[in-house]
Design a protein around this ligand. Structure first.
Ligand SMILES: [Zn+2]
Length: 379
């Protein structure tokens, strides 16, 4: 067995202990104090060979950036590893979903998305130091506090660090129980369409009114037609509201939508369609707010090349690594859109992100940790 993989196997119990500590420190996006506690815990467990800084996260917890002091002289350029400290689970979830080891898996809130991935990376860096493996680049780890709520406060920091990097390794969980990496992610947008009409008494002056509810209903049919399943463009009218009483012609109605697309140019085309919406009843007005929050992570030649490198390194350990395209976004969407080669889904192998069955496979802890160490060595 190769030395890095053997070292990861030897360390497995310690890695599990660290994952447990991370999972048992709950950190929902909406609770900055809790996220800060988690960030403090990370500061304590990061190896002494790293220089740690934190950055304010506005209404969220603090972001963390840590630079490792690894073997190897004259480093050129850097590699950025990306993760997030926040989870979708509210405080107190541990009471009904405690951390546990059962049936060949670790279970608990945030274990898969993505606390185990953070633990793997910290141990990968420790192993490179212990084995005195020379590394050609500076290595940064950035942990954002607001990834689950669209990364508004961390995006600038992510982009700044990515621009200086030769590659970005995203520690998000893999796709599926085979551990496929994510080489394409859809771009994600959000829109709010507000229709304003004219309120009147529906009995006394029906014709004098202009119903915002009726207008919105007609517009929804138009908007639904923006979906193009063949090209992977989906526009989901998720929430509607409007009107005040059944005997009042509605003055206002509102629609919230989610947009997903594989290609930036498709998202831009849909954006133009949103802004070209015109009222069918000319007495109504339409206001469109929103746009693309995360650009797509497109499977570019640079992404493909990075994936093939990872595949080759995994093969050395007897692991066949697949790739997949997923509809959900991550902070890797931002870095890939800058043209920086980005490989996503390098974290834990398991299932149940954002679900009660969230869990990771014990027998994939060592090879994933070793893969991260090898990628850092090779890039
Ligand atoms: Zn995640």
């Amino acid at each position: 067995m190769d030395a890095i993989l053997a070292a990861a196997h030897t360390r497995q119990k310690q890695i599990i202990r660290l994952i447990r500590e991370l999972v048992e420190c709950e950190s929902p996006s909406s609770e900055p104090a809790a996220v800060d506690r988690f960030v403090n815990l990370l500061c304590d467990v990061v190896p002494s060979c790293a220089c740690v800084k934190t950055y304010p996260g506005g209404r969220f917890g603090r972001h963390l950036v840590c630079e490792f002091d690894l073997p190897g002289k004259r480093k050129q350029g850097s590699i950025l590893a990306l993760g997030h400290s926040d989870t979708v689970w509210p405080l107190g979830t541990l009471a009904s979903m405690p951390f546990r080891e059962k049936a060949g898996r670790l279970w608990g809130p945030g274990v898969y998305d993505m606390k185990a991935g953070i633990a793997f990376f910290l141990y990968a860096m420790r192993i490179l130091r212990e084995l005195d493996v020379p590394v050609a680049r500076r290595v940064l780890l950035q942990i954002n506090s607001d990834e689950e709520v669209s990364s508004e406060s961390s995006r600038v920091l992510t982009e700044r660090n990515a621009r200086r990097s030769a590659a970005v390794l995203v520690l998000e969980p893999s796709a599926g129980l085979e551990g496929s990496l994510k080489t394409a992610r859809k771009g994600v947008g959000g829109y709010i369409v507000t229709v304003r009409g004219k309120a009147t008494h529906s009995g006394l002056d029906f014709e004098g009114g202009a119903s915002a509810v009726l207008e919105l209903a007609r517009q929804i049919e138009r908007i639904a037609a923006f979906t193009n399943l063949e090209r992977g463009i989906t526009v989901n009218p998720g929430v509607i509201s409007g009107g005040t009483r059944s005997n009042v012609v509605a003055a206002e109605a509102r629609l919230e939508l989610d947009l997903r697309a594989w290609r930036l140019k498709d998202a831009a085309a849909v954006d133009r369609k949103f802004h070209a919406l015109r009222p069918i009843d000319k007495r109504c007005t339409i206001e469109v707010a929103g746009g693309l929050n995360r650009p797509p992570l497109e499977r570019s030649p640079a992404v493909r090349k990075l994936f093939h490198k990872a595949q080759e390194l995994a093969r050395e350990m007897g692991v066949e690594l697949g790739e997949s395209a997923v509809g959900g976004g991550s902070d890797g969407n931002f870095t890939a859109a800058l043209g920086v080669p980005t490989l996503d889904g390098l974290g834990a192998v398991g299932e149940g992100a954002h679900a009660r069955n969230e869990s990771i496979l014990l027998d994939r802890i060592a090879d994933r940790t070793a893969l991260l160490a090898k990628l850092v060595r090779e890039l």
